[in-house]
Design a protein around this ligand. Structure first.
Ligand SMILES: Nc1ncnc2c1ncn2[C@@H]1O[C@H](COP(=O)(O)OP(=O)(O)OP(=O)(O)O)[C@@H](O)[C@H]1O
Ligand SMILES: [Mg+2]
Length: 358
């Protein structure tokens, strides 16, 4: 039985008893003697009886109200707080008193209020992130576009320019246009990956084979740049991943190693087990003088050395990689030790894989 109905029933019984008692006492000691003395007629008697019953009813109501006044006050308090919440004071709470349905109601309202506040804050954060993205995108799009327009104007005028100069202008326009295409494509991918309804196409895959395949394709390219690849893989371990997206992560790490490593140097790729996870690491050498904020590497549009920005990438590669790894319930982080930079990718192993290796 619900507590509040028990309390109301109890209050009703008490009020009924008090009203009855008053009725009986009043009738017995006051009216009795009055009726006997005055010898009343029927209508006066009825009037008196009606008055007496009315007094009993009023007493019943009064006693009932006194008994339930704390609940009424509590209800008022709840209603005031709900009004506050509805007026935008998200997170406003009600003091929970007792254990009855009203306390339960207050608890639920508090929970709802907290959830509304979290949701509201989250939406504000998303809105802010979107605005930031738009402003950094406009900045990143404007810079190459300005130089494309500038060089095109020079080409159009053909003022004191020989074929060689025109060719060099065309080369710049071409590379800036390619950079813009890549940036727009990456931006498109990034927004797709961060949209709430994006779904991975996951399959069970042997990570060792996948890594060997991707690295095999990159090895000649890296070698040409003076980078030797050394690998050390634990035995075959299965992970449940979206192969296309994971390859994208590895390609960006390998491409970064190609672009930003000290040359000649060695790129080490390792794969090992830590608890229930598979940890893949990529370690490359960098110049000891290279300034870099490791914790910012995964930020959108972060590029370590601003002097080489245009020629290289958009600064979205690692942000995309982080998003992909997080969608796999994994983790990616970077660590710098002197002239070595290591990227660690942690991915959960499949249950089956864990059982097979027990
Ligand atoms: N292996 C690495 N060694 C040294 N610096 C690195 C390495 N990987 C990343 N960085 C630094 O981190 C920055 C961000 O890398 P990220 O891959 O996100 O962007 P990007 O390579 O500039 O562009 P994108 O990958 O979008 O073409 C790079 O500009 C570079 O300064
Ligand atoms: Mg990159």
């Amino acid at each position: 039985m619900k507590r509040i109905s028990v309390k109301l029933l109890f209050a009703m019984i008490i009020s009924f008893l008090v009203a009855n008692l008053t009725f009986v006492l009043f009738a017995r000691f006051v009216l009795n003697s009055y009726i006997q003395e005055k010898n009343l007629n029927v209508s006066a008697y009825n009037l008196l009886a009606f008055g007496l019953i009315s007094i009993a009813v009023v007493i019943f109501v009064l006693v009932f109200l006194v008994l339930i006044r704390s609940h009424i006050r509590y209800l008022k308090e709840i209603s005031e707080q709900v009004q506050k919440i509805s007026n935008g004071d998200l997170g406003a709470t009600i003091h929970v008193r007792g254990k009855d349905e009203l306390a339960e109601l207050s608890q639920n309202i508090n929970k709802m209020s907290a959830q509304l506040r979290t949701k509201f804050n989250r939406e504000r954060e998303i809105e802010q992130a979107k605005n930031e993205l738009i402003s950094s995108v406009s900045h990143d799009l404007r810079t190459p576009l300005t130089s494309i327009v500038g060089y095109l104007n020079l080409i159009k005028k053909r003022e004191n320019s020989d074929d060689e100069t025109l060719d060099s202008y065309l080369y710049i326009v071409d590379s800036k246009a390619n950079y813009l295409t890549d940036l727009i494509e990456e931006l498109f991918d990034y927004t797709k990956l961060t949209s709430p309804d994006f779904k991975l196409q996951r399959n069970e895959v042997d990570m060792k084979r996948l890594l060997q395949q991707v690295i095999g394709e990159y090895e000649p390219i890296l070698k040409r740049e003076g980078i030797d690849v050394q690998t050390s893989f634990a035995c075959e371990w299965n992970v449940f991943i979206d192969v296309e997206k994971m390859v994208r992560v590895f390609q960006n790490l390998l491409e970064n190693a190609k672009k930003y490593s000290r040359k000649p140097s060695v790129l080490e790729v390792n794969q090992e087990i830590q608890g229930d996870s598979l940890v893949i690491s990529f370690t490359n050498s960098i110049n000891i003088s290279e300034k870099m904020e490791v914790e910012k590497l995964f930020d959108r549009f972060y590029r370590g050395d601003e002097s080489r920005t245009d020629a290289n990438g958009s600064g979205l590669g690692l942000a995309i990689a982080k998003q992909i790894i997080q969608l796999h319930q994994g983790d990616i982080r970077a660590e710098r030790q002197h002239d070595k930079l290591t990227f660690f990718i942690k991915l959960p192993l499949t249950q089956e894989s864990l059982e097979n290796h027990k």
